[in-house]
Design a protein around this ligand. Structure first.
Ligand SMILES: C[S@@+](CC[C@H](N)C(=O)[O-])C[C@H]1O[C@@H](n2cnc3c(N)ncnc32)[C@H](O)[C@@H]1O
Length: 251
């Protein structure tokens, strides 16, 4: 059985296509479809027949993205609100820990002040809370998914909802890092809020899983005045995709 996530408008189109190809499927709610068959075959049929991006995710799921950023964000939200309960079991935590350690060392190399305030953007279940930081730093997390925020809080991370984040943290953070989230962030409203929460001369550092989103997001931040630099990283067990540093210059 394959679970497919899409947005409310594409649900019917995806079900129709699967039915036409002799798969049996059920709609489990707007944007969530269960389909009998192998992941590979279902993926093949959807990608051959839809003009939209069809992405395999975590080796178990399929995400069908529409051609509009806000609707793509709805797909991501549908996925995490349905799957947060077993997210930690679905991922290899060592991968995320190695990645967050790399992001921290890039952030450190950017020369932050002793009492830096940093943000884990798309903090998920709060893996970053388990990693040692200079004790004088303050770290917060933000995530769109309420269930993920609960897990992060239970893991000891201080977390903000997007609405808290959007109103109270203008020019607040010395550094922001994002682990395995940027390939899933589509909302331009959210990206703008992220940038606005960074202080002048602050840095935003992220990995881009499989390179997804790197062009789109680099262009977006460049248009807001970011200086974009890639930060090669070697000696890893896992491939985390490219690391990019976005620096907010004082203009
Ligand atoms: C793959 S998880 C990574 C979690 C964590 N950073 C880690 O490395 O373990 C991606 C997270 O990004 C969050 N996310 C996706 N789009 C977001 C957005 N626009 N703003 C904030 N969080 C977002 C999801 O809800 C999810 O919890």
């Amino acid at each position: 059985m394959v679970e497919i996530f899409t947005d409310e408008f594409l649900t019917y189109r995806v079900m129709q296509l699967l039915g036409d190809n002799n798969f049996s499927c059920r709609c489990m709610g707007q944007g969530v479809i269960w389909c009998s068959g192998s992941l590979g075959l279902v993926h093949q049929v959807l990608s051959a027949n839809l003009l939209f991006e069809v992405r395999r995710y975590l080796d178990k799921y399929i995400l069908v993205f529409p051609d509009n950023c806000d609707r793509c964000q709805q797909v991501v939200d549908a996925f995490f609100s349905n799957k947060s309960f077993d997210y930690d079991q679905s991922v290899d935590q060592f991968r995320n820990i190695e990645n967050i350690n790399n992001l921290f060392s890039i952030v450190r190399s950017c020369g932050l002040s002793e009492n830096a305030t940093i943000l884990d953007y798309g903090c998920g279940s709060g893996v970053s809370a388990s990693i040692a930081l200079p004790s004088s730093w303050t770290m917060l997390g933000v995530d769109r998914c309420a269930d993920m925020r609960c897990l992060a809080s239970a893991n000891g991370l201080s977390v903000l909802s997007p609405s808290e984040f959007n109103v109270s943290y203008l020019s607040h953070f010395d550094a922001i890092f994002s682990s395995y989230a940027m390939h899933l962030v589509y909302s331009t409203f959210d990206l703008r809020a992220l940038w606005q929460s960074l202080r002048e001369n602050g840095v935003f550092v992220a990995n881009f899983h499989k390179g997804y989103g790197v062009k789109r997001i680099s262009l977006f931040f460049e248009q807001l005045g970011a200086v974009v630099v890639s930060a090669p990283f070697s000696g890893n067990v896992y491939d985390h995709g490219p690391y990019i540093i976005f620096r907010k210059g004082s203009k």
